[in-house]
Design a binder for this molecule. Structure first.
Ligand code: SF4
Length: 433
């Protein structure tokens, strides 16, 4: 239940009258329903999947639904990325938010039953026979529904955490970013309904997860954190935009006992910043790092990309020099706070995503990526309190294929789902692709 999409889906379906709703989870190959409903008693299944590497589980779910002949609706990022692939196997592919269009699906289901779902011709519903959405009219998005946790649990990735969306999409338009491409326009929720929900949280809920592509772009972020601090809850957030990091924000995050600040500079080379549409001044990054250390945070986490289009070894060296400058800036700030933060770097291969401006680019050769990783390690060796993490180039290639070329590896995936292979077994099979 750590997926906000699943929580919101459950909430939406469960709030319909005369429906008994059960949640089904897949663990290895076993299905488990906390509400003790047997799968053979399901009239309709709503499935959401947001992480490409969940593909095998999605295929296993599909097999199970087909075995019991259960009509199904699939949504989420995976459905968006490969609607034609999934439309072969799920009755409806829903490419939208849980807005009024989803309510129309529910109304149709309640009125006519699951068998006539495929007749629905709404914006956002992909039809296999047409190879596209039947109604091309741009879906009018509405944000009247505020997705947030309805069931908290101690046995999830985010235990005892209340997740709430504070904004959809992103006001920045980085050319590689799926989040901003799929969720247009950027829209943030007013703070009063958010605060009302947070105020009512029971004592057992210890954390509030603020869900947004860029949390500190939210115009009321400081008031929101102040209130969360008053209610005695901890915050979890994804990465922050460095432009909006202010002393006031750091003071509030420190008061919330946050230990880590996460930023995503992506690349040090200015020509690559322009290419990906995420431009910043290095001076600002260094000032921000120094400020963060001066407030006594224990860790600064940074995300970088390698294998960007037209990236040279010189660009990689620029990145390693930037990392060392950041380390120096942290040292300077630490002289004031007495705490020298760990600099943690997550360096991942660039994976072009469909629907983004850089979606037609290629995935870098695995051998070249490995050489770049070696170069980063060599150039940052001895730089002090630094920790490096790399997503393996081969795992990145698999993710690239799942996002972009699912139909070319569909047979391999189907075979893997049936024979219970692991994802990395598939990676071996696509090495020569
Ligand atoms: S990469 Fe971050 S800042 Fe850029 S568009 Fe995506 S979410 Fe926004």
């Amino acid at each position: 239940m750590s997926s906000l999409a699943l929580q919101a889906l459950y909430d939406k379906v469960n709030s319909c009258q005369n429906i008994q709703t059960g949640r089904f989870f897949i663990n290895d190959d076993n299905f488990f329903c906390p509400e003790n409903i047997h799968i053979s008693n399901i009239d309709i299944a709503f499935v959401t999947s947001s992480y490409e590497m969940d593909i095998l589980n999605l295929l296993k779910i599909k097999h199970k639904l087909q075995e019991y002949k259960i009509p199904s609706v699939l949504g989420g990022i995976n459905a968006h990325l490969n609607p034609s692939f999934f439309a072969k196997n799920f009755d409806i592919i829903f490419l939208g938010r849980l807005d009024k269009r989803f309510d129309l699906i529910m109304q149709h289901f309640l009125k006519y039953g699951p068998q006539r779902l495929t007749e629905l011709k709404l914006p956002g519903i992909f039809h296999y026979s047409l190879g596209r959405c039947s109604n091309k009219e741009s879906p009018a998005k509405d944000y009247s529904y505020l997705p947030s946790t309805v069931i908290t649990s101690s046995a999830t990735v985010f235990p005892n955490t209340f997740l709430t969306e504070i904004a959809a999409g992103c006001r920045h338009k980085c050319r590689f970013c799926l989040l901003s491409s799929l969720n247009k326009p950027y829209k943030y929720y007013p703070s009063s309904p958010l605060l009302a929900k947070i105020k009512k949280l029971p004592l057992s809920v210890k954390k509030v997860g603020l869900v947004a592509a860029s949390v500190n772009d939210y115009p009321h972020i400081e008031n929101l954190i102040k209130a969360i601090n008053r209610f005695g809850k901890k915050i979890t957030t994804a990465s922050l935009r460095m432009e909006n990091i202010t002393p006031d924000l750091l003071t509030l995050l420190k008061a919330n006992e946050q230990k880590t600040i996460t930023l995503a500079p992506e690349t040090a080379a200015v020509h690559l910043q322009k290419k990906i549409g995420k431009i910043y001044r290095e001076k600002k990054l260094l000032q921000t790092a120094e400020l963060i250390a001066s407030y006594g945070f224990a860790r600064l986490k940074l995300y970088y990309l390698i294998g960007l289009p037209a990236e040279s070894d010189n660009d990689i060296i620029l990145m390693t020099e930037q990392i060392k400058k950041i380390k120096n800036a942290l040292n300077k700030g630490a002289a004031r706070s007495g705490i020298n933060p760990l600099l943690e770097l997550s360096i991942n291969p660039f994976i072009p995503k469909p629907f983004t401006k850089l979606g037609a680019e290629n995935y870098e050769n695995v051998k070249t990526l490995k050489q770049k990783i070696k170069l980063v390690k060599k150039k940052t060796a001895g730089a002090g309190n630094i920790k490096l993490h790399f997503l393996s180039p081969r795992a990145g290639k698999l993710q690239y294929f799942i996002s972009n070329k699912l139909n070319t590896i569909a047979d391999i995936l189907e075979h893997a789902a049936v024979h219970k292979y692991k994802l990395m077994d598939i990676e071996k099979k696509i090495r020569n692709f």
